[in-house]
Design a protein around this ligand. Structure first.
Ligand SMILES: Cc1cc2nc3c(=O)[nH]c(=O)nc-3n(C[C@H](O)[C@H](O)[C@H](O)COP(=O)(O)O)c2cc1C
Length: 325
């Protein structure tokens, strides 16, 4: 059975990779993830200095782990202080020495100069690729969507000019013309697209008059939004596609592949169950393929994309009629 795939120009034995977050913070855990078969590792984001401090700590040190089930109690990483640029580069070098799997650095810049200079440093420190975390809060009323997109596209173009390693862009789902924007990113040089950023949950404590920011761990219900986005792009853009958000089971991986994803990134599932969950998910994928007589993920990839099924509603109707016969 062939689970192999290619992501950002790298041949991987299967599509299960570790997504950006705290999982790559600790060298022992990184080795455990490699031992459990992780095909690739994305490190947490390096944030350009201007937005470090309270804002960043809130993102990195969320209450998310308190949601972990008891079985994960011993695994869930302790909240860590966000790494400054020097520490990040040092950690990246150490991770590269510790494992053989490709290691992707993640960058969240602010200024054009910051994006480029950090991208270069991350490449020099040995990153096998770069994931650009182009998060934008979109609450500035004076800035149009066109301008926000133009800036991000320009950043991708400039970063690509300054480094040689492949570049993936992590997208937000909150876009009016998502597929158009995605294509422009690819035209600007993006080698991969990562769908989608998962936002903090914002709530209001109405008695304390406080804003509550949490980042609860996901479950498979987050996946359909990503399937829809991936299915819209698969076969239509010349870039690797990764799904991040709601990948927890072998069936999730099968669905992601059918939508057209080359890889699936796992974070919440591994925080909840530990590195060995990679083995479980891989076995589930293999068992499902065996049962349904699929030889390879390659032949399944994108078979449910919009390119193959331009009108899913018509497809449903046909299937329904066939079922009635
Ligand atoms: C504790 C925690 C920290 C995270 N840190 C980052 C980060 O530094 N950069 C980033 O791009 N995404 C970060 N993420 C988002 C994950 O990479 C991922 O996109 C998201 O959790 C959805 O995937 P999941 O459903 O597998 O958890 C973080 C997520 C969690 C739970």
């Amino acid at each position: 059975m062939d689970l192999s795939t290619t992501y950002l120009g790298k041949r991987l034995p299967h599509p299960l990779i570790v997504g950006a977050g705290p999982l790559g913070d600790d060298l022992d855990r990184v080795k455990a993830l490699e031992d459990a078969g992780a095909a690739m590792l994305v490190l947490r984001s390096l944030y350009e200095e201007e937005i470090t401090g309270e804002q960043m700590d809130a993102f990195l040190n969320t209450e998310s782990h308190s949601e972990s089930s008891s079985e994960a109690g011993s695994f869930a990483p302790e909240p860590t202080i966000a790494l400054g640029p020097e520490e990040y580069l040092e950690h990246l070098r150490a991770v590269k020495k510790a494992v053989h799997i490709p290691v992707i650095a993640s960058l969240n810049g602010v200024t054009a100069g910051g994006w480029i200079s950090y991208a270069k440093l991350l490449e020099q420190a040995g990153a096998d690729g770069l994931e650009l975390h182009t998060y934008h809060a979109a609450s500035d009323m004076t800035m149009s969507s066109e301008e926000v997109e133009r800036q991000a596209i320009e950043i991708v173009r400039e970063v690509k000019k300054s480094i040689r390693i492949p570049v993936a862009v992590k997208l937000t789902p909150l876009l009016t013309a998502f597929a158009h924007y995605a294509k422009q990113l690819v035209d600007a040089g993006a080698d991969g697209l990562v769908l989608f950023t998962r936002f903090h949950r914002i709530d209001i404590d109405v008695t304390e008059l406080d804003v509550i920011r949490t980042l609860p761990l996901s479950d498979s219900r987050e996946l359909p939004l990503r399937l829809r986005g991936t299915a819209a792009l698969a076969g239509r853009v010349k870039a690797s596609l990764a799904i991040t958000g709601g990948v927890h089971t072998g069936l999730d991986v099968i669905k992601a592949t059918m939508a057209g994803a080359h890889v699936t990134q796992l974070v919440s599932a591994l925080l909840r169950h530990g590195p060995a969950h990679l083995i479980t998910v891989r076995r589930e994928v293999e068992a499902w393929m065996r049962e349904h007589e699929w030889e390879s993920l390659g032949e399944m990839r994108g078979n449910m994309s919009l390119e193959r099924i331009p009108d899913p509603a018509a497809y449903e109707r046909t299937n329904f009629r066939m079922a009635l016969r």
